[in-house]
Write a protein that binds this ligand. Structure first.
Ligand SMILES: *Cc1c(COP(=O)(O)O)cnc(C)c1O
Length: 363
């Protein structure tokens, strides 16, 4: 029994997995059609020459660009491709004309490697106030702060790597723009997962997670009227990957993106309800948080290495999840958590098996 009525369709579009895959936040399972799109292009490149093959696929590439652009609320010509989300952030920071000793404001869910990129460039980081224990940005407090002081930009992970909390990005953009401050959104965990038309100046993300596109493809979009303009060149080296990403987005839109987002939110709630409190593991999001990224804090007294051991033990029983260590969200966590991120084809029996496994985990 699938948790969603889209489950069967989603499952049938993919190869039968040999494991229980509850790890979309690391990398989702690509569809057969996406894999075929990529491989077909690789064959064409070898047959006809890569540049000829790319030229021949101009309309498919443009279609993919339009689909992705509309998903993130940008225009197709504002998009460029890189090989990862991190490479997008690097490309942005390297070509952005920021003042010396600039400042960025972030939320407590900020992705650790992003903080490293800021630090490396001498960009001072300040944490925006939270409205709740989940680290959701307090937009009223932010609006107040912005009256007295403006950072050079705000950077926010719409969903972080170690929590399923969805940041109120639309509201953040609204108050930031009112104060003339540009907003950059890390959509690596959000695109294909929750609505991502935000009005932000700059957004970036990756194909391989909730969109279930290929590994090795990231995207960056800079609004033509961004509050602080930046030119990033749009080299599209991995043409097959960009085509595969386009296919993944097309499949999402064929089902209906709003329907997918609704079902993923429902799956998140079912997963949290099923797992909370089992064997003293504690769900860290509100049960009804509208995302399918679920994190569990271990029973009291557990060390980070115990959580890693648990993740490995689960993998041995055929259940794939992530042990999310504190480096992923260093402003929020000092403990390791188990990250469970099912996609549309999760079955109740799989959540039951996970619940049974963590209940009996012997410590
Ligand atoms: C995965 C992730 C990234 C990095 O994505 P890559 O494509 O691996 O560079 C950035 N931010 C968040 C929140 C992530 O979860």
């Amino acid at each position: 029994m699938y948790c969603s009525d889209l489950g069967e369709q989603w499952h049938a579009a993919r190869i039968e997995p040999t494991i229980t895959h509850l790890d979309s936040a690391s990398a989702g399972r690509a569809s057969r059609a996406a894999i075929e799109t990529i491989t077909a292009h690789l064959w064409r490149e070898a047959e006809r020459g890569s540049y000829v093959a790319a030229e021949e696929q101009a309309s498919a590439r443009a279609r993919g660009r339009r689909a992705l652009a509309s998903l993130v609320g940008h225009t197709p010509d504002e998009l460029s491709y890189r090989d990862s989300a991190r490479a997008c952030l690097r490309a942005l920071l390297n070509s952005w004309n920021l003042p010396i000793a600039s400042t960025v404001w972030v939320a407590t869910n900020e992705f650790g490697p992003n903080l490293d990129e800021f630090e490396r460039r001498g960009i001072a980081v300040r944490t925006m106030p939270s409205a709740d224990v989940y680290g959701r940005v307090d937009v009223d407090a932010l609006e107040n702060m912005l009256q007295f002081e403006q950072p050079d930009f705000i950077h926010v992970c719409m969903i972080g790597s170690a929590s399923g909390v969805v940041q109120p990005v639309l509201e953040i953009v609204e108050v930031a723009h009112h104060a003339g401050v540009p907003v950059v959104v890390d959509m690596a965990q959000a695109v294909g997962h929750v609505p991502t038309v935000t009005g932000a100046d700059i957004v970036y993300g990756t194909a391989r997670k909730w969109l279930t596109g290929p590994r090795g493809v990231g995207f960056l979009a800079v609004r033509a009227d961004a509050l602080r303009a930046v030119e990033v060149d749009s080299s599209e080296a991995y043409v097959a990957g960009a085509l595969g990403l386009g296919q993944a987005v097309a499949e999402l839109q064929e089902i209906g993106q709003q329907r997918v987002f609704r079902e993923l939110a429902e799956i998140g709630q079912i997963t949290r309800e099923r797992l909370n409190g089992i064997g003293s593991w504690e769900v860290l999001e509100p049960v009804d948080e509208p995302s399918a990224l679920v994190t569990l804090a271990p029973p009291p007294g557990w060390q980070p290495s115990d959580v890693l051991t648990a993740k490995r033990a689960l993998q041995e029983t055929g259940i794939l999840v992530t042990c999310a260590d504190s480096w992923r969200a260093p402003l929020a966590n000092d403990q390791s958590v188990l990250r469970v991120s099912p996609h549309l084809d999760v079955r109740r029996s799989q959540l039951d098996a996970l619940a049974a496994a963590i209940r009996t985990m012997g410590y």
